[in-house]
Design a protein around this ligand. Structure first.
Ligand code: GDP
Length: 295
């Protein structure tokens, strides 16, 4: 999803977007980077998933992400890549971090257990960028986006993040004339969502204007409860039945809003509001249903 948005944003530039390489394979990554010698790498590739996927497959989330980061970052160093931008996630911050979460909250207390494996891997990636900068002078930077959504997302009932999962459920409920829509957890957790093309704009902005070891938060600043989000999704999809909350499912962290004032002060602001973004994501889903479910 993020990679495609970056490619959309950089249309017309000389982009290498080779989807054939298994980034977990050290040799393939090293050979590819040596042969293609990119000036800049945007490391958006990762094993990602929603709250259930993270709990079901912690080994995969840890192994795949550690391998991808280690291989790409080291190969970039060896090949003398001028700039590398690593994407982390807001879940790297402690579960009990003071909200809105600033970049300084990193490693100050324990993580949220439902996505600890993913967070540990992403923290390692950020630390790799920091270490290669310190030891080798590489211009490697990292950014922490909030929860993302939009075209190219993975739509799956079980393993998706909340927006694609609820969109798909609401769509199916509407088509089948179902009376209810099941929402996991209490509906009370608060989340911050950013439309993926806004993120792509922020990434290009950082590539052009940022060079420091400290990660940069990128969020929309728009916080919404899961219950309200579910209502908005039902509205966008046109599902008119009732929302049913399944308290047997986990809530995860109760609040996760980032302080994005550093990038805001530097000059980047999001442009797509949640209501509009949900509409666009649903349109994309409707015209790409097969692709969305296979992503
Ligand atoms: P998180 O931000 O890492 O917790 O990732 P998710 O996007 O998977 O979940 C966000 C919140 O939405 C959690 O509180 C979930 O319990 C809640 N949620 C409600 N319904 C769903 C659903 O159908 N799928 C997912 N993934 N989350 C849901």
């Amino acid at each position: 999803m993020v990679g495609s948005a970056v490619v959309r944003r950089l249309q017309g530039e000389d982009i290498l977007n080779d989807e054939r390489i298994d980034l977990r394979d050290q040799l393939s990554v090293r050979e590819w980077v040596q042969q293609n010698k990119p000036d800049v790498i945007v490391l958006a590739a990762a094993k990602v998933g929603g709250i259930k996927a993270n709990s079901d497959a912690p080994a995969e989330f840890l192994y795949d992400n550690l391998m991808i980061e280690t291989n790409v970052i080291h190969a970039a160093y060896e090949a003398g890549v001028e700039k590398l931008l690593f994407l982390g996630s807001s879940c790297i911050y402690p579960r009990e971090a003071v909200q809105p979460i600033t970049e300084d909250a990193l490693l100050t207390s324990p993580l949220e257990p439902t996505n600890e494996a993913y967070a540990i891997a992403k923290i390692a990636g950020l630390k790799l960028c920091e270490a290669y900068r310190q030891q080798h002078g590489c211009d490697f930077i990292s950014t922490m986006p909030c929860n993302l959504y939009g075209p190219g997302d993975r739509f799956d009932f079980e393993s998706s993040h909340v927006i694609p999962a609820l969109m798909m459920k609401a769509h199916e409920a509407k088509v089948k004339n179902a009376k209810t829509l099941e929402v996991w957890g209490s509906g009370k957790p608060l989340r911050e969502f950013l439309y993926v093309d806004d993120l792509a704009e922020a990434l290009v902005f950082l590539l052009q204007h940022y060079s420091d070891e400290k990660p940069v938060n990128v969020g929309s600043g728009e916080e919404v409860s899961i219950a309200k989000l579910a209502g908005m999704i039902a509205g966008v999809v046109g599902f008119e039945g009732a929302l049913v909350f399944d308290s047997a499912k986990p809530d995860g962290t109760m609040r996760k809003v980032m302080d994005s004032s550093r990038i805001n002060k530097a000059g980047w602001k999001p442009s797509v509001g949640l209501e509009e973004g949900l509409g666009r994501a649903y349109e994309w889903y409707l015209s790409n249903q097969q692709r969305a479910c296979a992503a």
